[in-house]
Design a protein around this ligand. Structure first.
Ligand SMILES: N[C@@H](CCC(=O)N[C@@H](CS)C(=O)NCC(=O)O)C(=O)O
Length: 204
């Protein structure tokens, strides 16, 4: 059978989630370092985003679609539950992540430190400050939900793999680091997840 190819960059939170899934399932994959809007990303994603995936004749963009494919096309443990309530809860977290948490925490906050669009190349203070209120509310909500080890049910699901890279990414920046420190459940989740082989092997 053909190789599973994941095109992304190590820093991509969405890319890390799908790579972690492949590792958790025990599926070997080829990681092709691919920047957004490169020919290799544009070949598969209509708007040049990463991650994208190739497996034989199958090409896919959008991390949730890629994750569903990897989970169902290959043997190994399942990370999208069959139970209707648990399955919907996993999708609920994935959607909250892509529509809300990632937008605030990564696009607005982290990227304003890492790739600011300021004239002098300094972190974009206005954009960073503008993210703090929403980030605090979102982290308080997540912390109130994360009373157990996992986001949904009592086993690892793709909800955890979708959320982990984004939450872990917050530890490296001052305001979010302080917020994480004040969120005991989120802190515990990050440190539990960070010890998994899939997190170690995909560390940005
Ligand atoms: N909804 C997409 C989001 C992917 C995404 O935003 N990827 C970022 C890198 S982490 C990207 O390609 N950004 C370039 C852009 O937005 O133009 C998914 O789940 O895969």
């Amino acid at each position: 059978m053909s190789d599973l190819i994941i095109r992304s960059v190590p820093l991509s939170n969405f890319g890390q989630s799908v790579c972690m899934l492949a590792i958790e399932k025990g599926i070997p994959y080829v990681f092709e370092k691919t920047f957004p809007h490169s020919d290799e990303a544009n070949e598969i994603h209509p708007f040049g985003k990463i991650p994208v995936m190739k497996h034989g004749d199958v090409t896919l963009c959008e991390s949730n679609a890629i994750a569903h494919y990897i989970d169902s096309a290959f043997d190994g443990p399942k990370f999208f539950p069959k139970d209707p309530v648990l399955a919907a809860k996993v999708e609920e977290w994935i959607s909250l992540h892509v529509c809300t948490f990632d937008q605030t925490m990564i696009r607005k906050y982290v990227l304003s430190y890492l790739f600011p669009k300021t004239e002098n190349g300094e972190p974009d203070r206005a954009r960073i400050d503008g993210a703090l209120g929403d980030m605090e509310k979102q982290l308080a909500f997540i912390d109130s939900c994360l009373t157990g080890d996992y986001f949904v049910g009592d086993t690892l699901t793709y909800a955890d793999l979708a959320m982990y890279p984004t939450l872990k990414g917050l530890v490296g920046f001052p305001e979010s680091k302080a917020m994480i420190k004040n969120s005991p459940n989120v802190s515990r989740f990050i440190s539990n997840m960070a010890s998994r082989e899939s997190a170690q092997k995909t560390k940005p």
